[in-house]
Design a protein around this ligand. Structure first.
Ligand code: ADP
Ligand code: MG
Length: 725
């Protein structure tokens, strides 16, 4: 290498890590591969006898009971299809409270009398499984000795094949996971129940408003997924990333996101190769990956699918997260799903786009073109406003996790305060409806429900307010608080349930009313008067809003530990039991599990910090200090001045002494927290003592990083990780 070459390689972004990546030049026929690994409606139509197909449709679409006879035929067809595609195993794929998915693989083999095997899969095996549940969190819902858990086929989400890098093809059957007594041990069960609740109440409202054609209402979701990618070689050297998913140390890089040159920037080849593979894998499994782009922070990206039913969206989002992580490794990359992997630049979230759709294609949050459509839209909007205002604390709880505590309210993500953005025009309309006015100051004519139509609303106001946690975006709401690493089941279960309650109350009023239009107008008016305070169109990041929200009585719940409390109150129990979404025991078990998970996360972070300090940072800095001391001695012997070196040594050893003291404080706080047994007190100790001590300790190490030569620093820096792709 010439001197010029080595110099330029030093300055190029790839100086640290070689940029080699597998390039996939193959041409993809998307229509051919899309859904190729899904036991889809089309496949079922082709492969199932007509009667069975019809019977199964009744089960999935109308909730009719599934008979073993039907299940047997379906199972056999599914097995034949899977084997033709190379599958040897099947798994009941479920979603325990860890937020991830779980799978135990069983092969199709069954012994024959002559010592051989046949491939078998029965209806019973399809509809029910019995995995050992003892190692999944249950929060006391099931004692460890009662190991049995049951998985039950969720036939509303299609079975699919997962191909792994090891060459295995596995038939995955989406399932719900519950205890011997039927208590939900997973995220899917309550989600399905909440979808039923919102369906039932929506239909009542629609019927009362005169709709006779729709027979089902489904909550629809399109979750946009943000993520980071970093080079695997960097990742492997960071114990913090490996164990906790985020950097627990790291001085800021000279450059962050201030040039705003990353968002929607041209996608680098290496990332593009990853994205192509990712899309291909997702498309095969029927995940409708649609949009991909660079996000705001360096090394941050986003993937958005086309929306689907909440249930399928939740399953698919799990597949998206899992596939991102798998495919990244093939490219020598690691996908970070943590909410705040790097301090000082944006973190990741999930924008949970949500609406309600009828089976005959009506989006209930779409302002319509006729007076009747508008009445319907405004009634459903009133339900949303009421639900969000009444239950802001529960929505907040649904977005709580340790990673999000580092993000919410940090001038990059919505604050911890829930509010609704409606846009000026719609706000004007609803506010005037609330006041019973007929016209606005701008001369616009306002609604006389059932007679007039809404002025057509600009649909494209999505971008007008990026700071709102719950924004109306023309024909859906976008809940922007959801953590990037979490399952979307929790937030959507809560959303569906609270909306079901408002719709229930509205339906009851409408069903009793003599004049539907008058009552609809009164419902909207009452909702605005009582709950309009939740509407805020301004800058949610501003300090003024924090004050204003307090005045309005809107909760500002800053930490996970506090937020989770909302899921464990008598009021919440009453609500969730009324709509048969979660029982008191199930709610309480979740509360305990999530508190425990919080404490465990902070515990891991503290342990990783201590380990890195003792095994990497302190030895490295000591070594540097020793070198400085040697240099000073040598300079002295040579009769040269060593003032600069001495000053530097004093700075280094001073910071090191401070760091060691804070490390001691962290260790003491950790020991204390570990000794507490009551879940809430323990979580509080981790939040107020351990987390705080870790942050203080980090500050010293980061300051040391800034003054220690690169050759001594034991781990990759922010600059290397964020710009080394
Ligand atoms: P932006 O980045 O501007 O918020 P995107 O186009 O990236 O918008 O994402 C919007 C998401 O909203 C997509 O996943 C889309 O499928 C979804 N979406 C669109 N209409 C609905 C709807 N009626 N219900 C639920 N999600 C929807
Ligand atoms: Mg969005």
């Amino acid at each position: 290498m010439s001197a010029i070459d080595s110099l330029s390689s030093l300055f190029s972004e790839s100086a640290v890590f070689e940029r080699k990546f597998p390039k996939n030049n193959s041409k993809i026929d998307v229509t051919e591969i899309f859904g190729a690994n899904v036991f889809s409606d089309k496949v079922m139509k082709e492969r199932l006898p007509k009667d069975t197909y019809k019977a199964l449709k009744k089960v999935t679409e109308q909730g009719a009971p599934l008979t073993l006879e039907v299940a047997n035929v379906v199972a056999n067809a599914m097995k034949d299809w899977a084997i033709e595609k190379g599958a040897t195993h099947y798994t009941h794929w479920f979603q325990p409270l860890t937020g991830r998915t779980a799978e135990k693989h069983d092969s199709f083999i069954s012994p024959t009398s002559d010592g051989g095997v046949v491939m078998e899969f029965s209806g019973k095996q399809l509809i029910q499984g019995e995995p050992d549940a003892s190692s999944f969190p249950s929060g006391g819902l099931r004692a460890t000795f009662e190991a049995r858990g049951y998985t039950a086929w969720d036939c509303t989400s299609p079975a699919f094949l997962k191909e792994d890098g090891g060459g295995n093809v596995t038939l995955c059957i989406p399932t719900a996971f519950c205890s011997y007594t039927g208590g939900a041990l997973d995220k899917k069960t309550p989600l399905l129940r909440s979808m039923e609740a919102v369906n039932k109440q929506s239909i009542r409202v629609l019927r009362a408003l005169g709709n006779r054609t729709s027979s089902r209402v489904t909550a629809t979701v399109g979750p946009e997924q943000e993520y980071f990618l970093i080079d695997k070689k960097a990742f492997d050297q960071r114990i913090d990333l490996i164990t906790s998913g985020r950097t627990l140390f790291g001085a800021p890089a000279p450059k962050g996101q201030e040039l705003e040159d990353q968002y929607f920037g041209a996608i680098k080849d290496r990332i593009s190769a990853f994205m192509k593979d990712l899309d291909t894998e997702l498309w095969k499994m029927g995940v409708s990956a649609k949009t991909k782009h660079n996000e705001v922070a360096p090394a941050q990206f986003e993937l958005a699918p086309i929306f689907s039913t909440t249930n399928i969206a939740a399953d698919h989002n799990q597949l998206v997260m899992e596939t991102m992580q798998k495919v990244a490794l093939r490219h020598d990359l690691v996908c970070l799903l943590h909410e705040k992997p790097f301090a000082g630049v944006n973190g990741s979230g999930k924008h949970n786009n949500w609406s309600l759709a009828t089976d005959d294609g009506i989006n209930l949050l779409e302002p319509g073109k006729t007076p009747h459509d508008n009445e319907q839209f405004l009634v459903f909007l009133a339900a949303l406003i009421t639900a969000v205002d009444k239950h802001a604390d529960k929505l907040r709880a649904g977005a709580a996790n340790p990673g999000n505590d580092l993000r919410l309210g940090a001038n990059e993500a919505p604050p911890a305060i829930i509010s609704i953005f409606l846009g000026e025009e719609l706000t004007d309309i609803v506010e005037n409806l609330g006041k019973g006015k007929k016209a606005s100051s701008k001369g616009q004519h306002f609604l006389n429900i059932g007679v007039d139509t809404l002025p057509s609303l600009p649909k494209d106001n999505t971008d007008r307010n990026r700071t709102s946690p719950f924004a109306f975006t023309g024909n859906k709401f976008e809940f922007r608080m959801v953590p990037s690493s979490a399952s979307i089941s929790g937030p959507n279960t809560i959303l569906n349930t609270i909306v079901a309650e408002s719709l229930d109350e509205i339906a009851t009023r409408l069903e009793k009313a003599k004049d539907i239009n008058k009552e609809a107008a009164a419902i909207i008016k009452d909702a605005i008067i009582k709950h309009g305070k939740i509407i805020f169109n301004g800058n949610n990041y501003s300090e003024d809003w924090v004050k204003e929200a307090k005045k309005r009585g809107i909760p500002n719940i800053k930490s996970t530990v506090d937020a989770l409390g909302a899921m464990n109150t008598p009021e919440t129990v009453k609500l969730f039991e009324k709509y048969k979404v979660l029982t008191k025991e199930e709610l309480h078990s979740r509360y305990e599990v999530y508190l425990e998970i919080y404490a465990k996360h902070i515990n891991i972070e503290a342990q990783a910090s201590i380990s890195m300090a003792k095994r990497q940072y302190i030895p490295a800095v000591s070594k540097f200090a020793g070198c400085l001391a040697d240099t000073i001695a040598k300079l002295k012997a040579a009769g040269a001045s060593s003032t600069v070196q001495k000053e530097h040594l004093t700075k280094v050893t001073g910071l090191l002494a401070s760091a060691v003291e804070k490390l001691g404080e962290l260790e003491a706080a950790l020991k204390k927290a570990q000794g507490i047994s009551e879940a809430h007190a323990k979580a509080v100790a981790y939040r107020d003592k351990v987390f705080v001590a870790q942050a203080a300790f980090r500050a010293d190490i980061d300051a040391l990083e800034a003054i220690t030569p690169a050759e001594f620093w034991p781990v990759p820096t922010y600059a290397e990780m964020l710009f080394g792709l």
